[in-house]
Design a protein around this ligand. Structure first.
Ligand code: ADP
Length: 581
């Protein structure tokens, strides 16, 4: 059975001829019992009916007044709501070919020529109804599909949004994770750093503790040793001074005692100088002097000084000179160079029981290489570096046997460094040692000045007046006795103010010995005031500081000379001779 028969078939017939419409309804109702025919007499009402009734087929007459069938067909096909309804155009037989083409172009599905063939009409109507039904089904399916698609699209969009949201959340979580990871890594790094720093500071603390313990041990040993080193000469000085009081002594005994006292004083002075030197080194106060002098003279004078000492211990002392060195007049810090070689020679003789001590220098390229070699007890490898540390002695027991304060090599090493070199030692225990160092070879700038030989006669300064400014009674007493023997007229001031007063009262004063450390005004200031009043007056500074720069301070104040305490009498005499004669 045909599907359209199941449901009612709705046919819209548009024709301006009422009779045609009646005939059409009759034919269709006869042939298709379930068909309902609705009719319109003009185009506009036909279009309205099509819109309101949604028929299955439209039968449309072409020739109509006001709006003809072609126009109605065009409008019906243009309206999306009803364009799918098949249109069968009813044409007159004579309808020309052109009109038919126009109708097809406007969308008409079929043509029936008037007078209508009933069978053909019904067949056409049925065919069109089938097409419409198929089209409706298709549209239905399409719209179903479209709604499915849009539902799916919606679902997908929703899913997409959800997914996006999840992704964003995931990204956020990732970011958070990364941040946490970074924070953890940073924390770990901080922790690692802290552990390293703590380990480092613990290690530093251990090193510092060991150092402090070592230094404490060294200092205690040094103090014990130093106490021994100071008490020994002091014992000699005090003991032999007591003996000097005895009236029964003959001249030879007295001379011997005085020599012993003098030797012990020199030993004490050496210790004090070492302590001052090491303090200056540690305070960073070491400065170099630049003296022009003859190196050979210096080395020979040292050989002379040590010859007796060496032979007294049964040792041979050899001085080696470099025959290749053309000019031995050099520029260097003579005092420090002498002190370094002195220390090395003292040690070499001290630590050598038999054999020989050899010292000297060689010129190599632009440096002077010095050496002091002995055939003594030698130094084991483990001790070779450490002996340059202050207070350090290989064996404290041995040190007592040999004497010494453990400062010589520390001072020597610091001095050599300051002079631009480094001190080295090579040694074989039981065979001997060789200490060596280099300093830059700088030739002396000035030619040596030939000093006129001064007569060595006993000095007599009769008629000359000297003002001694000195606040220490013993120091003044000593100067008073010595200078009194030279027939000088002596004035004495205990402090700066008294010195100025005496200076004013005694314009005949020929020379002033000025202690720089006074209880009221610094000697430097008093010197300046005196020299403002008498610029030609020779003022000789005396100071117990013996620090580098004291001499410069004295010269800056305008002093004519400088004497470091303890004052050596021959130096004082030389100065007096040069200013008073
Ligand atoms: P000291 O006043 O004890 O001699 P130094 O600083 O001059 O002090 O020397 C330190 C230590 O080095 C000495 O105590 C000694 O143990 C060792 N020493 C120095 N020179 C020699 C040497 N020529 N032979 C053997 N040991 C030496």
């Amino acid at each position: 059975m045909e599907s359209f028969l199941i449901k009612e078939l709705k046919i819209l017939a548009i024709d301006d001829n009422q009779d045609n419409l009646v005939a059409l309804r009759a034919v269709v109702s006869d042939a298709i019992p379930r068909a309902r025919v609705i009719t319109a007499l003009d185009g506009n009402s036909g279009i309205n009916l099509a819109l309101s009734e949604n028929p299955d087929v439209i039968l449309l007459d072409i020739v109509m007044p006001v709006v003809d069938g072609l126009e109605v067909c065009r409008r019906l096909k243009q309206d999306e709501r009803i364009s799918h309804i098949p249109i069968i155009m009813l044409t007159a037989l004579k309808t020309d070919h052109k009109t038919r083409i126009s109708a097809l172009e406007f969308g008409a599905e079929a043509f029936l020529a008037k007078p209508l063939d009933e069978v053909e009409l019904i067949a056409q109507v049925k065919a069109m109804a089938k097409i419409k039904e198929a089209a409706d089904m298709q549209r239905l399916e399409r719209s179903h599909l479209a709604s499915l698609v849009s539902e799916r699209t919606l679902a997908l969009e929703k899913e997409l949004i959800e997914r996006k949201k999840t992704e964003e959340e995931l990204q956020k979580a990732n970011q958070k994770l990364r941040e946490t990871q970074t924070a953890t890594l940073n924390l770990l790094e901080d922790l690692r750093k802290e552990i390293t720093a703590r380990e480092k500071s613990e290690a530093e603390l251990t090193v510092a503790k060991n150092k402090a313990e070592e230094s404490d041990r060294l200092k205690s040993a040094f103090l014990a040793n130093m106490s021994h080193e100071i008490r020994t000469p002091m014992n000699g000085i005090i003991g032999f001074s007591e003996l000097l009081k005895e009236t029964s002594l003959d001249i030879d005994e007295r001379d011997r005692f005085i020599k012993i006292i003098n030797g012990n004083c020199q030993q004490l002075l050496h210790i004090i100088n070492d302590i001052i030197d090491i303090s200056k080194i540690e305070a960073g106060l070491i400065e170099l002097d630049h003296d022009d002098f003859c190196l050979d003279d210096l080395m020979e004078s040292m050989a002379d000084n040590y010859l007796k000492h060496a032979s007294g211990r049964g040792l041979q002392l050899i001085l080696g000179k470099d025959p290749g060195c053309k000019s031995t007049r050099i520029n260097a810090d003579q005092g420090k160079l002498r002190q370094v070689i002195d220390n090395l020679l003292t040690n070499a003789i001290k630590f050598t029981e038999g054999g020989r001590v050899e010292f000297g220098y060689r010129l190599r390229d632009n440096s002077l290489d010095f050496y002091v070699k002995d055939t003594g007890i030698g130094i084991s490898e483990e001790h070779r570096k450490i002996i340059f540390t202050r207070f350090w002695q290989v064996e404290f027991g041995l040190a007592r046997k040999y004497g010494g304060n453990g400062l010589g090599l520390a001072i020597s090493s610091a001095y050599v460094n300051k002079m631009g070199g480094e001190i080295h030692v090579e040694s074989t225990p039981g065979m001997g040692s060789c200490f060596s160092f280099s300093i830059p070879y700088i030739q002396a700038r000035a030619k040596p000045q030939i000093q006129p030989q001064k007569p060595q006669d006993a000095s007599d300064f009769t008629g000359k007046t000297i003002l001694i400014v000195e606040d220490e009674p013993d120091n003044f007493d000593l100067l008073n006795i010595i200078l009194g023997r030279l027939n000088l007229y002596i004035l004495h001031a205990w402090d700066g103010n008294e010195a100025m007063r005496i200076f004013d009262e005694h314009p005949e004063t020929d020379l002033v010995l000025m202690d720089f450390k006074l209880p009221d005004v610094p000697g430097q200031e008093i010197t300046k005031m005196m020299l403002t009043l008498r610029p030609q007056l020779p003022v000789i500074a005396t100071t117990a500081y013996a620090m580098h720069g004291d001499k410069e301070k004295a010269m800056d104040a305008g002093c004519a000379g400088y004497l470091a305490k303890p004052i050596r009498m021959n130096e004082l005499l030389q100065l007096l001779k040069s200013f008073l004669n």
